[in-house]
Design a binder for this molecule. Sequence first.
Ligand code: PMP
Ligand code: GLU
Length: 394
Amino acid sequence: MSNHLSDRIKEMSTSATLAMAAKARELRNEGKDIIGLSLGEPDFNIPDFIKESAKQAIDENYSSYTPVDGYAELKKAIALKFKRDNGLDYGLNQIVVSTGAKQSLYNVAMVVLNPGDEVILPAPYWVSYADIVKLAEGVPVEVATGIDTDFKMTPAQLEAAITPNTRMIWFSSPCNPSGSVYSKEELEGLAEVLKNYPDIYVVSDEIYEHINFVGDHVSIASIDGMYDRTVTVNGVSKAFAMTGWRIGYIGAPEWIAKGCTKLQGQVTSGANSIAQRAVITALEAPVSKIKYMIDEFHKRRDLVLGLLGEIEGFKLNVPEGAFYVFPDISAFFGKTLNGTTINSASDFALYLLENANVATVTGEAFGNPNCIRISYAASEKELKEAIARIKAVL
Ligand code: PMP
Ligand code: GLU
């Protein structure tokens, strides 16, 4: 029988982060000793106090369909969290809970974009942005940034990328994959440009908000003139080590929230009942309860930067948040190592996988062809061993 796969799916790329993680799993099953530094997934267990509330929710029979936009109690906890951590006032009609921040992002693209609308993506950007935008028939417009500006887009670059078709800008801070954190002044610079373009909306992906080593997370929605045109995206996968629980959420202008609820009502319905109850507990807890994980990521960042810095040919910025380093490894292009010629970041990542048994992700998947992404959400022992292996094969 012939294959009738839709053009939409044929043209879509497979998530490179998930693909690399699957490849690492496959090699491990074959008996290879692979160290996986490809997936952005905390290696901590979910804190016990959150687990307890999930167990309680099961016993209390939270087993029916949930409201499409999330339990009111959870939305209240999210509203309080936005106020407490970000100084943002979102009403419950502006909040939508989804099956992971990934679904939140997809919803927003489907709700805001018409075919041909352009979305500015400062590169490097998170792997799924470009394909989500394309799925909504939008056009990703990459703005290349380099290590010299700490992988951040400048106001002049933003201005130059805007066309009459620009509808949105999507970015994450702290950034996956570069770890860069936009300061208040830098966000004000971008907001200043946007003053002249009232019809451009911003998706501010703040899922790494708490994993911030400089300590002053600023939401762009809190900057003058930005609240009515920003969708603030967040979730519990990273800070609370709840990747498999699949809860993300947005705070947004009401018309966008309504559109997301309408879409979700036809596609997935409300998010998982038990996970939502557990997330109420997670968000109501003071941030100090998860500080031990953040301190550990900070320690590992310093360890990884120190060790990678000893490898000739690795050019590094100092990531201020998230749990990735994004070294520029273009110095290796054109070189032949152990019989393999390295012509791209993908060649380099594959070389590390096959020769050092270390899984990383090519920067090409994040819109930067000179870098690779290394996740340091792994134990200190694994990180030391992985970098020693990388050093040995280079
Ligand atoms: N945004 C960024 C920047 C991410 O790194 C991730 C990680 N998966 C997501 C969104 C999606 O997170 P979730 O697990 O909530 O879908
Ligand atoms: N966000 C993580 C990453 O970038 C998880 C993988 C994914 O959802 O694509 O590795």
